[in-house]
Design a protein around this ligand. Structure first.
Ligand code: ATP
Ligand code: MG
Length: 392
């Protein structure tokens, strides 16, 4: 029985009592989801306050490592060799084989750390440490022992089976998705909103998304781009529901009846209202946008004040204090950048004013919106009724 598995280590701050189960169960679910598309069959289980992902037979090791490195809640994970207990001789051979396979250069210092969870094992932990250490030194004379600050810690855990591991790979940290409620992401085809969704999901929040398009002013390619962005972030966030709202008639009405320098703000306020409708129907506790103070005219403090007023749910803006450069950097890291910069038209850019207000006043905006009374309500009703839902 020589199979490979991964030992998953997670942060334990604030996850005592009942929360611990919720945290672990959500993490197990997310790990299963992440490994679903990796070649191989995996069994994910929690035992003794640990989570293991065990491979049943051959599997794509690099693919599994990549998938696990995207699961929020994982602090570190270790590739583990699991062997049956067939005596100390077999154990030392397995440990030396593990070193042989894992380290190309053997001139490192090491320490063996044995945990004997099965107390009837014939050797004490200290004895296993010493005897295995001796065997490693004999087999790899370039190595040396350092019990204080070793370069490599070789862990041996003795239960019914014996686990051997020495490598730790960094996870993304954060909280497993599914532990912090749900929120609705306003997802455009830009650089910012996918990053905002990623960051919120990293705190354990389940994400749904809404995209406003304006056919025929925006094309199917622009819509496909948003679907592609949703797919990229769903690798981190898990499956997602994407509401695609036809915004054309509302936008045309605003364009026709409202001052052009206020178009973007008024449009954004309608987006908030519509997003909130679907958010509330799905028990979301907030809205998420990719806005950041001062990035464009519609994101000054005054503009954000006006936008916020249109929503009753809290609006989360994880990028609020980020420079564009930092957002670009993050989007490159999570893999959305290349898709975000594809040059397809956005519904906001088509109806954009030459000189948008940078310091809108809410009273004036509300007055302007009154020009839409009796006109826009049926258009909003129709947009809500005709929504297309894409399961990502
Ligand atoms: P992004 O890069 O996310 O598109 P941006 O810097 O281009 O943002 P705006 O176009 O002003 O900024 O949009 C601000 C925010 O409003 C976006 O981050 C997004 O959350 C939301 N938003 C804008 N346009 C749309 C749209 N067509 N569909 C859904 N949400 C949108
Ligand atoms: Mg945009």
């Amino acid at each position: 029985m020589n199979y490979q598995s991964f030992l998953i280590k997670y942060g334990e701050i604030g996850i005592k009592g009942k929360n611990r189960y919720l945290f672990e169960d959500a993490l197990v679910n997310q790990i299963r989801f992440a490994l679903k598309d990796v070649d191989g069959t995996f069994h994910v289980r929690k035992t003794d306050g640990r989570i293991f992902a065990e491979a049943d037979g051959a599997f794509d090791h690099d693919g599994a490592v990549e998938a696990l490195s995207k699961v929020f809640g994982i602090v570190r994970f270790c590739p583990v060799k699991v062997i049956a207990d067939e005596g100390f001789e077999a154990l030392s051979e397995a440990v030396c084989a593990h070193i042989e396979e894992t380290y190309e250069k053997k001139d490192f210092s090491f320490k063996v750390e044995t945990r004997r969870a099965r107390k009837n094992y014939p050797k004490q932990s200290m004895e296993v440490n010493a005897d295995l250490g001796e065997r490693i030194l004999e087999t790899f004379p370039e190595t040396r022992v350092d019990v204080h600050t070793p370069e490599v810690r070789i862990h041996v855990e003795i239960r019914n089976e014996i686990s051997i591991y020495s490598q730790e790979i960094e996870g993304p940290c954060g909280m497993p998705v599914g532990t912090s409620g749900k929120a609705m992401l306003l997802l455009s085809g830009g650089i910012d909103s996918p990053v905002a969704g990623y960051m919120t999901a990293k705190r354990g929040v389940t994400i749904e998304a809404v995209y406003f398009h304006a056919p025929p002013y925006t094309s199917d390619r622009a819509k496909q781009k948003v679907i592609d962005l949703a797919k990229i972030i769903s690798v981190y966030t898990g499956p997602m529901k994407l509401y695609v709202v036809n915004f054309t008639d509302i936008q045309l009405a605003i364009y026709e009846h409202c001052p052009h320098d206020e178009l973007t703000i008024i449009m954004r306020r309608f987006m908030m209202q519509i997003a909130e409708h679907f958010a509330k129907a799905d028990d979301c506790l907030g809205l998420i946008t990719g806005e950041s103070i001062g990035q464009v005219a519609s994101q000054t403090m005054q503009a954000l004040f006006c936008t916020d007023d249109a929503a009753t749910l809290p609006v989360y803006r994880p990028l609020i204090a980020f420079d564009k450069q930092d957002i670009v950097h993050l989007s490159e890291q999570i893999g959305t950048y290349e898709t975000s910069i594809l040059p397809y038209e956005d519904c906001c850019t088509i109806f954009v004013a030459k000189h948008p207000v940078t310091k809108p006043r809410l009273e004036r905006i509300v007055l302007s919106e009154q020009k839409l009374d009796g006109i826009v309500e049926p258009l909003v009703e129709k947009a809500l009724a005709d929504v297309e839902i894409v399961e990502i």
